[in-house]
Write a protein that binds this ligand. Sequence first.
Ligand code: ZN
Length: 134
Amino acid sequence: MLRKIDHIAIAVKSLDESLTFFRDRLGLSVEKIVEVPSEGVRVAFLPIGDTEIELLEPLAPDSPVAKFIEKKGPGLHHVAFDVADVAGELERLAGQGVSTLDARPRKGAVADVGFVHPRASGGVLVELSQRKKP
Ligand code: ZN
């Protein structure tokens, strides 16, 4: 069961540049900025209501987000849904013939996550996210 939008991730060339819009013009606050070397990104977390915007800046030109920007330009990277059971959801979707990028959940920093292929969802990468209990 999908419970809510966990976050919306936007690929940006430069956090500093994009924060002049999201923080300084829209007025969102930056909760934290974290480097995730395993994913090749620096991420700014901007909470809004009970969800958040994540700005993804590539750390290196060969990182997945850099390649995404090269191919499609900066913009919407993925939409993440909060789920109670990411392994179960991946299995349920695969059982319906939905193309997923992960057969099993992968360990993220704050959640176990699994991705659905954009070709299954009209072009938008979909993340299923099961937050670890604090
Ligand atoms: Zn995400």
